[in-house]
Design a protein around this ligand. Structure first.
Ligand code: MEV
Length: 316
């Protein structure tokens, strides 16, 4: 098999705009890619060991002995990505994989999904194997399910396609949205959320109240479709109202917190017209519309939206 010696790929993080949680149950969501990227350098080395060099850890294991359950948490997604690729293409060569992150995992921008995408993209480049975006998505989605067992895959779609997307779970629909302008502020609550726990919590609520919770998901799905129209028309008044409605529905699912309420109220006091949590809830970031004026008691992150999807980078 042909191969290059070394490649570098980068993939962006994501920000959920509308439709979290309901997307896990087959409804659409809207997600945008953020201009905070993770780089993965993938290099062919002798032997059959996979050496992973992540910011906080070095770890190596034989390529045909990768055990996701036993692996340290910092390298699980990289190893799951390598295992999926190696299995699919029958590769058992030694590899060195170095990951470099431009963003802290505490913001909830999806560092695990971005690293999974960057590694599988880099491996295809290294072995000069052509892959479509959809094939890349399928492989990455399998890798993420191998590690965490739950998730819609919206974050992987954002990392692969970039821009802003309408997405349905498992990639049943991935539709790039042409949006000229996205004047959204990103506010960090200061607290890291645990997505897997919150997804399970919502699933348990649904077990106890199936009709009611499915009704809430349906309402969230309707909000997403109206938000798609409002975004296309740059109708910020409509979009603000839809954000507030979406936040109310998320509150009824029990994923909002007193901290999220407090920060939302503070943002509204200085000009936010619409605000909601973004992602699983419990913390992470909020997205807000409206000009935030004067003194703020909260952190607004300087983040570019609608960033480019996964791509090859030059390496030294
Ligand atoms: C988490 O960022 C968003 C959820 O909808 C989970 C998912 O879609 O994978 C809660």
């Amino acid at each position: 098999m042909k191969s290059m010696k070394k490649t570098r790929s980068s993939a962006p993080g994501k920000l959920m705009l509308f439709g979290e949680h309901a997307v896990v149950y087959g409804h659409p969501c809207i997600v945008t890619a953020v201009d905070q990227r993770i780089n993965a350098e993938v290099e062919l080395i002798g032997g059959d060991e996979v050496e992973v060099i992540a910011p906080s850890i070095k770890f190596s294991v034989a390529i045909n002995k990768i055990d996701i359950l036993q692996a340290p948490k910092e390298v699980k997604f990289v190893l799951a990505a390598v295992r999926i690729f190696a299995k699919k293409h029958g590769i058992n060569k030694g590899l060195k994989i170095t990951t470099i992150s431009a963003f802290a995992s505490s913001f909830g921008f999806g560092s695990s999904s971005a690293v999974t995408v960057a590694v599988i993209h880099g491996l295809h480049e290294l072995f000069e194997i052509k892959v479509t975006k959809k094939e890349l998505f399928e492989m990455c989605y399998q890798a993420v399910l191998d590690v965490q067992g739950v998730g819609s895959g919206f974050d992987l779609a954002a990392a692969i396609w970039g821009g802003t997307l309408l997405f349905v779970t498992g990639g049943k629909k991935i539709e790039p949205l042409a949006i000229e302008n996205l004047p959204i502020s990103v506010i960090f609550t200061g607290v890291k959320a645990d997505t897997v726990t919150l997804v399970k919590q919502v699933s348990e609520l649904r077990d106890r109240h199936p009709k009611i919770v499915d009704g809430i998901f349906k309402q969230i799905g309707a909000v997403v479709l109206s938000a798609q129209v409002a975004l296309a028309n740059s109708d910020w008044n409509q979009l603000s109202e839809l954000m507030n409605i979406n936040q109310g529905l998320l509150e009824s699912l029990g994923v909002s917190t007193p901290l999220i309420h407090r920060v939302s109220d503070e943002a509204k006091e200085v000009g936010a017209t619409g605000i909601k949590l973004s992602g699983a809830g419990g913390g992470d970031c909020l997205v807000a519309l409206g000009e935030l004026k004067g003194q703020r008691k909260f952190d607004v992150l300087e983040i570019g939206l609608q960033a480019a999807g996964v791509r090859s980078e030059k390496y030294e």
